[in-house]
Design a protein around this ligand. Structure first.
Ligand code: FAD
Length: 473
């Protein structure tokens, strides 16, 4: 017999969007529940996305450094340096467990009721919870509902995923052995991050990208070209303009066929593992949302207004399953804003200032607009670039690939975009986000004292470069 419960707010999905919304709502005094069917909180991000990928990226980079640069950096290593895949994976699983467990503790701390199961609409105000192990069957009555059901890997027509030899990012995060050869369909951020991991561990990695540039939407063209050069130097191979036509498993090998963009010829490629990383699509299966008449667009995204309200105004939607970039911090900020709209009638997310980070080495990070977008909008701008080669800390660390590129309004110097390739670019971009949010000009930035010797001096000198001259270059 299903228990009947009522709550002020029920959130469907415990990913970065849902769990952050749940905690914020509880903090603001709502009687809040969150339904999650995965068996762990944290969603894609904590379980099979951001966190496990960063664990593998961080440790494979350390391995690579010790192996390739140990001698140069004064580290004596008797014998051969080899990866221990089992230990690497264990460390990754530990990070995931600690963080997902941490969210569950936060739910207890703030009094969010956690239902372990799958939620579906009975009607506009009632949800049915089909329990998973450890959960209870329940009927929930809710004044407000937030849909935060996230996304899933987009399938590639004709290619069958087995998560063993032909994998999505989820399989690529848990390979049982290091492939000798790995082919990747899609040179976007996820493909390039996973490619970096396995390339550092010894795989021969080939990226097949349909577009004529890597990095995906939003990456500045100059940045894309440069990071491709750097990654090629690291040993990754790129086939741009490649149209994949086939990917089939043949025993322990995957046969891949693609049309070369330039020659138009069909080429073949054999790999031990094929990673399909052609993007993600909204996930709303099993919600029974059609029954209550929720509005979807052609891409399967839940249609919302500027206050995250669906066509049923008491039902809101945030994160990957609605409009916008599919990033964890975007989902989180929407979670907070949506709850604030419910509580106070206002909230804030600046969609012109959502940072994107690719955690390769060096990292790539940007926020605001890129040159291509500004040209298209007919906005006059100036750019300034400062290379890490001229930054004392990067030089000292012998880690000086990349640059900080500023794009600013030609008349006012107001910062419109910042694009960085470099060590720790993902941390540095936070400074650019503050600058954009506060409407800073380049002069505002270069009059702020930055500590020496730090990488952040390259940020300051990048700003100086737009309307004057830097000191160190
Ligand atoms: P999700 O995290 O997908 O969470 C939705 C949750 O809802 C899921 O746990 C699902 O089980 C649950 N759910 C769905 N339907 C139901 C239902 N009917 N009942 C109950 N529960 C349900 N983003 C970054 O910002 N930085 C990164 O470094 C990064 N790296 C990534 C690496 C990889 C390999 C991948 C795949 C993604 C990465 N992302 C990254 C993207 C990030 O994971 C997503 O943008 C983020 O998880 C979206 O959050 P969300 O809350 O909208 O959805």
């Amino acid at each position: 017999e299903a228990v009947k419960k009522s709550h002020d707010l029920v959130i469907i999905g415990g990913g970065p969007g849902g769990y952050v919304a749940a905690i914020k709502a509880a903090q603001l005094g709502f009687d809040t529940a969150c339904v999650e069917k995965r068996g762990a909180l944290g969603g894609t991000c904590l379980n099979v996305g951001c966190i496990p990928s960063k664990s593998l990226l961080n440790n494979s980079e350390l391995f690579h450094r010790v192996q390739k640069e140990g001698a140069m950096r004064g580290i004596n290593i008797p014998g051969e340096v080899t990866p221990n895949l089992g230990a690497l994976m264990k460390e990754k699983d530990k990070a995931v467990k600690q963080l997902t467990g941490g969210v569950e503790m936060l739910f207890k701390k703030y009094g969010v009721k956690y239902y372990k199961g799958s939620a579906s609409f009975i009607d506009e105000h009632q949800l049915k919870v089909d329990p998973i192990e450890g959960g209870e069957e329940a009927i929930l009555d809710a004044k407000n509902i937030i849909v935060a059901t996230g996304s899933e890997a987009t399938p590639f027509p004709g290619i069958e995923i087995d998560e063993e030899r032909i994998v999505t990012s989820t399989g690529a995060l848990s390979l049982k052995e290091i492939p000798k050869k790995m082919a990747i369909i899609g040179g976007g951020i996820i493909g390039l991050e996973m490619g970096s991991v396995w390339s550092r561990l010894g795989s021969e990695v080939t990226v097949l990208e349909f577009q004529d540039a890597i990095g995906g939407a939003g990456m500045d063209a100059e940045v894309s070209k440069n990071i491709q050069k750097i990654m090629s130097k690291q040993g990754m191979k790129f086939k741009l303009g490649a149209k994949v036509t086939k990917g089939v498993r043949n025993g322990e090998i995957v046969n891949v066929e693609y049309e070369d963009g330039k020659s138009g010829k069909t080429e073949t490629l054999d790999a031990d593992v094929l990673l399909v990383a052609v993007g993600r699509r909204p996930f709303t299966k099993g919600l029974n949302a059609e029954k209550i008449g929720l509005d979807f667009d052609k891409k399967g995204r839940v249609v919302i207004d500027s206050e995250y309200k669906t066509n049923k105004p008491h039902i809101l939607c945030i994160g990957d399953c609605t409009f916008g970039v599919m990033l964890a911090h975007k989902a989180e900020d929407e979670g907070i804003a949506a709850v604030e709209y419910l509580k106070n009638g206002f909230g804030h997310v600046n969609y012109n200032n959502i940072p994107a980070v690719m955690y390769t080495h060096p990292e790539v990070a940007w926020t605001g607009q890129n040159e291509e977008q500004l040209k298209e909008a007919g906005i006059k701008y100036k750019t300034g670039k400062f290379p890490f080669l001229a930054n004392s800390r990067a030089k000292t660390n012998q880690d000086s690939d990349g640059f900080v590129k500023f794009i600013a309004d030609a008349d006012t110097q107001r910062v419109l975009g910042v694009h960085i390739i470099g060590p720790n670019a993902g941390e540095m971009i936070a400074e650019a986000c503050l600058a954009l949010e506060y409407g800073a000009s380049c002069e505002d930035i270069y009059r702020v004292c930055h500590a020496h010797p730090t990488l952040s001096e390259a940020f300051k000198e990048g700003a100086m470069t737009v309307f004057g001259k830097p000191i160190n270059f």
